[in-house]
Design a protein around this ligand. Structure first.
Ligand SMILES: Cc1ncc(COP(=O)(O)O)c(C=O)c1O
Length: 395
């Protein structure tokens, strides 16, 4: 038979699925997948129930229902400090992933280049590849994931169309500072680049770190698409609701792309999530931040006692931990996949092998990513198991 599309040839299921399968087989605890196991807030669930009961079952406007777009616009003006003029500057999509797809298809021609920072989130680079957009990798430098802007500038070519900034970052927890974003903007203006920012973890920062949106800097908004969503903030990854905010010149076209691919985000769920904007969000976020700060402390202290080394995340809910020291002390830690198997076998705990986050898998050889978005008793059990299996090694 004739071959399938060449673009599918290199596609592989990520290691995360295989790890999930392996840890489930031993009834272990999965700190691999970035899925929060906390409940979705009641007002959102009640709103969706009411919408289903009220037969809000038909397609909505391709860019989302008015009430939701208005709520997002207000939030983007207040929390993100974006100069949003009208609700037309908001496109609701099928998760922030849907918004990313619409952004890519709106901005890039095949063969255009997009700067991405490494370690990266695999869906970003996977989707760029799928659309024939060349990812050009700029390094964030360990241990604290600093940016060398001379290096970044040296990577810019005639074909560079945009830069992708993920802040707070999955997988390394970097929170871009205002000064760094200003330097990035200077390069964008000098070389006429767009920015796509993934800010899905925007409410999860630690030690008083401020989340700054690139699009809020003077002059940045007209060339920036700010992506976010509800998956992480409200523990609802499976509802598939996210959005992009940006200048109407771009969001107008993005809405049309969103229409072609998705028609719209799920109608009753849009009605449900719109209720998030009527919640006491200040209290909700304060509680969420305190809970994640406690989990980060437990996870980081545990991993340090086990012999991992890393910069504590400034945001999001992952620790990207280096185990080179452990590899020198014992077998089972020859590389990231072996280390992952060893953790599952000896502690019943899963992490993600580091090669998923680097262009050259060798760069992730001694790296594992742990996700601490778990209910506290579950995380405590995982940490106890890790300590029981590995703490002596570190001593
Ligand atoms: C950086 C980043 N962006 C986007 C997503 C997916 O977001 P959504 O569920 O809104 O598509 C994830 C999920 O892990 C993520 O880590």
């Amino acid at each position: 038979m004739k071959p399938l599309a060449a673009r599918t040839d290199a596609l592989r299921q990520s290691d995360i699925r295989a790890v999930t399968f392996a840890v489930n087989a031993v009834n272990g605890i999965n700190l691999g997948q970035g899925i929060c196991d906390l409940p979705t807030p009641d007002p959102i669930k009640d709103g969706a129930h009411a919408a289903i009961d009220g037969d809000q079952s038909i397609y909505t406007s391709y860019a989302g229902i008015e009430k939701l777009r208005a709520g997002i616009a207000e939030k983007a003006r207040g929390f993100n400090r974006l100069p949003v003029g009208s609700d037309e500057e908001v496109v609701v999509s099928v998760g922030s992933t849907g918004a990313f797809v619409a952004t890519c298809l709106t901005l890039f021609e095949p063969g255009d280049e997009c700067l991405v920072f490494e370690p990266f989130y695999g869906y970003h680079t996977g989707l760029l590849n799928l659309f024939g957009i060349k990812r050009v990798v700029a390094k964030l430098h360990a241990p604290d994931w600093s940016v060398d802007f001379d290096e970044v500038e040296a990577l810019i070519t005639e074909r560079t169309k945009a830069v992708l900034v993920c802040t707070p970052s999955n997988p390394c927890g970097k929170v871009w500072s205002r000064a760094e974003l200003e330097q990035m903007l200077a390069l964008m203006e000098k070389h006429d680049l767009y920015a796509i920012t993934d800010e899905i973890y925007e409410y999860m920062t630690y030690d008083g770190r401020e989340h700054v949106s690139l699009g809020s800097l003077s002059g940045a908004y007209e060339r920036t698409l700010t992506l976010s969503g509800f998956s992480k903030t409200y523990n609802m990854t499976g509802w598939r609701l996210g959005y992009a905010v940006g200048p109407e010149r771009i969001t107008g076209r993005m809405g049309l792309i969103n229409d072609l691919i998705f028609i719209c985000a799920p109608s009753p769920l849009q009605h449900g999530v719109a209720e998030a904007f009527a919640m006491d969000r200040e209290a909700y976020f304060a509680e969420m931040q305190a809970a994640y700060a406690a989990k980060r402390m437990l996870m980081c202290e545990t991993l340090e006692r086990c012999g991992f080394t890393f910069h504590w995340p400034d945001g999001a809910y992952y620790v990207l931990a280096n185990f080179e020291k452990l590899a020198q002390q014992r077998s089972g830690f020859e590389d990231d996949r072996a280390a992952c198997d060893t953790l599952i076998r000896e502690a019943g705990v899963a992490a993600v092998p580091g090669n998923s986050f680097f262009a050259d898998p060798e760069d992730g050889r001694y790296v594992l990513r742990f996700c601490y978005a778990k209910k506290m008793p579950v995380l405590e059990e995982a940490c106890r198991n890790l300590l029981r299996a590995f703490e002596q090694v570190a001593a």
